[in-house]
Design a protein around this ligand. Structure first.
Ligand SMILES: *[C@@H]1O[C@H](CO)[C@@H](O)[C@H](O)[C@H]1NC(C)=O
Length: 408
């Protein structure tokens, strides 16, 4: 099965290379703007097809769609959002109440080297000084570790060098599900990850992958609220986000609970308090793992990965006016998901039926995890269907979703 998947991957990489060969007379790069009201630049895509997104934005994306900077004739008229009055003053300004996406094929997979890695998973991404920096898990039967790569254009993501972070102070052993951000108060980068505990490593220079410090844990041991609620689950997917006063650490237990603890911005990373349950569901599959929380300007967006009735992974979403506030449903059902194979358009045959653990391409890079609510892009893990490998050895690959129904 793995051999077959490698073949599939080899084919998709060949396609990418072939596309790169066409970029000599390139105009607008992949994912660049190529049309829209007020836009005066080139409408010729170096790669991909110029695709209408909304009246103000057309974008070069990979796909079999027809070249157009005008709306397709069948474009649905803008729906008026009817927001039920609630007691919380949350504004979902510019975030739609339902989402539509297009996806690339698999862009990033394991290198064919002596490590024999089966899957690249759980990406965190930040754009800094014009360079995308991606941190991800490597998975194989023997366990998990971390990898780092960078590129300036997603068309180069598959060929980017992959630096194994066990070659840094992070060291060997169980490390997975990284999150990267710059902690401005200390002028240093933080990598948050799971190692059985919730851990972090720091580095003053994101461009020096050897510079990561030895891991330190946030807690002396698993907090008691987690051990008493975890059942047969796993304590996973640690996620830090800060506002102007506090830093919060979210985590999941694969058993229907999303936890949140906090410390002051001044004290971070020390003093992380006992967690509370931020959100729960009696069906663990509905609130499984891989949470992300972002500041989208008018509030906070939470997405959590669920396992659907078809057995496939997808994302549900909520908003809140504060990180520690209560979460109001946005698009959070199988019928109206944040991101699921059912609201994603693939170019050609869908390469994956799972839309799983990933990260938004942020507009900033610091601890506030700020995103624009417009033209969302989400780097996710998917898997070529049909693998019968054990969970750790599944052929996960990374691909990019681009929102196609941006409200702004
Ligand atoms: C990209 O990654 C390599 C390691 O693979 C590193 O040496 C280099 O400094 C990184 N480039 C940037 C611009 O961060």
């Amino acid at each position: 099965m793995n051999f077959q998947c490698l073949l599939v991957l080899a084919v998709s990489f060949t396609v990418v290379v072939a596309h790169e060969g066409l970029t000599a007379r390139a105009d607008v790069p992949l994912y660049g703007q190529c049309g829209g009201i007020g836009y005066t630049g080139s409408t010729t895509c170096a790669q991909g097809v110029c695709t209408y997104s909304n009246p103000y934005y057309s974008q070069c994306i990979l796909g079999s769609g027809t070249t157009s900077t005008t709306p397709p004739a069948s474009t649905p008229t803008t729906t008026t959002k009817t927001t039920a009055p609630t007691s919380t003053p949350t504004s979902t300004g510019n975030l739609p109440s339902s989402f539509r996406w297009s996806s690339t094929g698999a862009l990033i997979g394991p290198k064919a080297d002596s490590r024999n890695i089966a899957g690249i998973k759980d990406p965190s991404i930040v754009q800094y000084n014009g360079v995308y920096h991606v941190f991800a898990s490597t998975a194989q039967e023997s366990g998990y570790s971390l990898v780092y790569l960078n590129f300036t254009d997603f068309s180069q993501a598959g060929s980017a060098n992959q630096f194994y972070l066990d070659q840094s102070g992070i060291g060997t052993g169980y490390r997975a599900a990284p999150e990267i951000f710059y902690f401005a108060p200390q002028k240093t980068w933080y990598l948050i990850f799971q190692n059985g505990n919730a851990a972090y490593s720091t580095n003053p220079d994101i461009s020096n992958p050897k510079g990561w410090s030895a891991p330190k844990n946030f807690f002396s041991s698993m907090p008691s609220i987690i051990s008493s609620n975890i059942g047969n689950g796993n304590w996973v997917d640690m996620w830090v986000i800060c506002d102007s006063a506090n830093c919060y650490l979210f985590s999941s237990d694969d058993n229907g609970h999303l936890y949140r603890s906090q410390t002051s911005l001044a004290n971070f990373p020390n003093g992380m308090g006992q967690p509370v349950i931020a959100l729960s569901d009696s069906n663990p599959y509905n609130l499984f793992e891989a949470s992300n929380v972002y500041n989208y300007g008018k509030g906070y967006l939470l997405i959590v990965e669920a396992i659907g009735s078809d057995g496939h992974r997808f994302f549900r979403s909520w908003t809140s006016s504060s990180i520690s506030g209560s979460w109001t449903a946005l698009a959070n059902t199988e019928a109206n998901p944040f991101a699921r194979a059912s609201n994603v358009v693939f170019s050609g045959t869908a390469w994956t039926q799972d839309i799983s653990h990933g990260e938004m391409v942020r507009s900033g890079y610091d601890q506030t995890l700020t995103i624009s609510p417009c033209n969302l892009r989400y780097l996710y893990q998917g898997q070529v269907p049909g693998s019968t490998a054990d969970y750790n050895a599944l052929p996960w690959r990374l691909a990019l979703l681009t929102q196609t129904n941006s409200a702004c």
